[in-house]
Design a protein around this ligand. Structure first.
Ligand SMILES: [Zn+2]
Length: 364
């Protein structure tokens, strides 16, 4: 079965970046080529447009976190890429989503996630998980590092310093969904998505993680599904004009896809990047599957492999009749046990392989 490379990072931020860049240089080159192509051709941005956006976010990263900037410099040095191209990867969330919002583009994204409180699981552990649906040719990796005695194991796209889906030794875990609304705009220069996710993954408590997800308005909307081994599940829908927190109903599994559950509460008009709009179907379907039967690891995995609705189902496959640049698939499927600090995953659609388990305690 396909397995992701696992890279252990240690030392200064620059040294960690160099370790990331050296270990994943081929994958980073592929991702630079992928996003360069997509920003130019799919999002319709000129060289000057991209340079302007990358320059702004390089400044944002530098101001918000000199350590993040140093990590990007290390990745660039060791992978043989320019700092501008590594900054492009790290700001790709803001640049791409902002361009898509303006184009009303219609990729067949994106993700379906869940958070199961202890009352809903057979072992009384808190679980989170998701299918991360994205471009079939994106190249990923698992990273592990320790900051201030908090050890993290998480997934990233090769070349992106801030991992986004994972678990830490304090029992905090994170899954994510893309969201969209009319207020999304790269020019806001808000705290970048990938810096925010890496900070959430470094959190020591659910309260700290929620604060990082909620504060400092982002440029572009996103959903943060956060789990704590001891405090349960909290979900933060984040937009440039405000954030809204959700918790599981009556101890049930909370499911989230790619729509704000109450846009009027935030005073926003939401965009959808998928035609036909599948986010409502995927959320309702996974909710019915996970809340409609006794949970088990096997049942969750079967649910993440669900194909009801065809290619645009919970387990996503490219729609072959669509232009190639609009096709997506489930690039990563994940189930995290926050008590055990284990991450089970498939690299690619979960219907095509068995899950691999990585335990935080067993990675160097
Ligand atoms: Zn499938």
């Amino acid at each position: 079965m396909p397995q992701l490379p696992l890279v252990s990072l240690s030392g200064t931020p620059r040294e960690r970046g160099r370790q990331h860049g050296a270990a994943l240089s081929d994958r980073i080159a592929d991702n630079v080529a992928l996003y360069s192509r997509r920003l130019r051709h799919d999002a319709g941005l000129s060289e000057a447009d991209i340079a302007e956006r990358v320059s702004l976010y390089l400044d944002v990263f530098t101001t918000a976190s000199p350590d993040y900037r140093a990590t990007m410099e290390g990745i660039a040095e060791a992978s043989g890429q320019s700092l501008a191209d590594i900054a492009m990867l790290n700001a790709r969330f803001e640049i791409l989503y902002s361009a898509w919002s303006q184009l009303s583009a219609t990729v067949d994204g994106e993700c379906t996630g869940f958070g199961a409180p202890a009352s809903a699981t057979p072992d009384g552990h808190v679980w989170i998980g998701q299918n991360w649906d994205w471009f079939p040719d994106v190249r990923g990796a698992l990273l592990t590092w320790t900051d201030d005695d908090v050890k993290v194991l998480a997934y990233t796209e090769a070349g992106i310093a801030g991992a986004k889906i994972g678990v830490n030794s304090a029992g905090i875990g994170l899954c994510v969904n893309g969201l969209g609304c009319e207020d999304d705009d790269w020019k806001r220069g808000g705290l970048p998505f990938h810096l925010r996710t890496s900070r959430i993954l470094n959190s020591r408590s659910l309260t700290e993680a929620i604060a990082i997800a909620s504060l400092d308005a982002p440029s572009c909307s996103a959903n943060f599904l956060i789990g704590s081994a001891t405090k349960g599940i909290a979900d933060v829908e984040s937009s440039p004009v405000g954030a809204r927190r959700l918790t599981p109903d009556n101890g049930q599994v909370l499911v989230h896809a790619n729509h704000f559950t109450d846009p009027e509460a935030l005073g926003i008009v939401q965009h959808f990047r998928s035609t036909p709009v599948t986010t409502f179907h995927r959320a309702e379907r996974l909710d019915a599957l996970l809340n409609g039967a006794k949970l088990s690891t096997e049942h969750v995995e079967t649910s993440l492999r669900d194909h009801e609705g065809g290619e645009l189902a919970v387990c996503r496959h490219p729609v072959e009749t669509k232009p190639e640049h609009l096709r997506t698939h489930t690039a990563l499927s994940v189930l995290i046990d926050l008590e055990e600090r284990t991450l089970r995953y498939t690299d690619g659609p979960p219907c095509e392989s068995e899950f691999t388990t990585v335990a935080l305690s067993e990675v160097a």
